[in-house]
Design a protein around this ligand. Structure first.
Ligand code: GTP
Ligand code: MG
Length: 201
């Protein structure tokens, strides 16, 4: 990558719902996962410098599909549906699991998964379970603690310290002010240019 793709370098490249087939893009891919409303789509828009690329919303759990975005025919971002929202019927939970686990296990060009947590909440049970699962299936994980603009400096350092105790190298991020953007891009560049198993076969 010469530099991060920006703005009009990006395009929507399709979506997949439970039971469907994801688009074949044949480019190094990074997925973004985390609780509903944690800020996955906002982070994608920030990294892409394209405000309307991924749809953001105040209503958690609206999207039950994986959306794919291509940046300059060099990299793909996959926006995964969020988990952890209250009052979902078991059938929806099952279809989420089937869609996301099938994707995470089988997607050939997947180079790594950015797992987002809210800096104020840290790693909750479902987040820790996802990270353990990704470690177990051999996927690279980049942990991002987002919405750091919502807490003061002292509080932020304390919370980031706790999160880094569980996952050294976790990146503090804000989609609002752009903190952590360069650090995250440099991790993504590493995953794209120096792939490890299983994405880099
Ligand atoms: N202050 C602040 N607000 C944020 C940040 N990131 C996201 N938000 C807000 O949090 C809400 C949810 O953001 P989304 O990006 O839609 O979250 P999501 O993880 O994609 O949610 P789902 O697609 O439902 O799983 C929106 O109101 C965003 O504006 C951030 O870094 N700082
Ligand atoms: Mg979203």
């Amino acid at each position: 990558m010469a530099g991060p793709p920006r703005g009009s370098d990006w395009r929507f490249a399709g979506a997949v719902s439970a039971g469907g087939t994801p688009p074949r893009l044949r480019l190094p891919e990074i997925a973004f996962a985390g609780r509903s409303n944690v800020g996955k789509s906002s982070l994608i828009n920030r990294l892409a410098r394209s405000s309307g690329l991924a749809r953001t919303s105040r209503t958690p759990g609206r999207t039950q599909q994986i959306n794919f975005f291509v940046g300059r025919d060099e990299i793909v971002f996959a926006d995964l549906p969020g988990y952890g929202f209250a009052r979902v019927p078991p059938a929806v939970k099952e279809s989420w699991k089937g869609l996301v686990e099938g994707y995470l296990e089988k997607r050939e060009d997947l180079r790594g998964v950015v797992v987002l947590v809210d800096v104020r909440r840290g790693l909750q049970e479902e987040d820790a379970r996802l990270v353990d699962y990704l470690d177990a299936v051999g996927r690279e994980v980049v942990l991002v603690a987002t919405k750091v603009d919502k807490v003061g400096r002292a509080e932020r350092e304390k919370r980031l310290g706790a999160i880094r105790g569980a996952r050294p190298g976790a990146i503090g991020f804000s989609s609002t002010c752009g903190e952590g953007e360069a650090a995250l891009w440099s991790e993504l560049r590493r995953l794209v240019e120096h792939p490890t198993r299983p994405g880099g076969r």
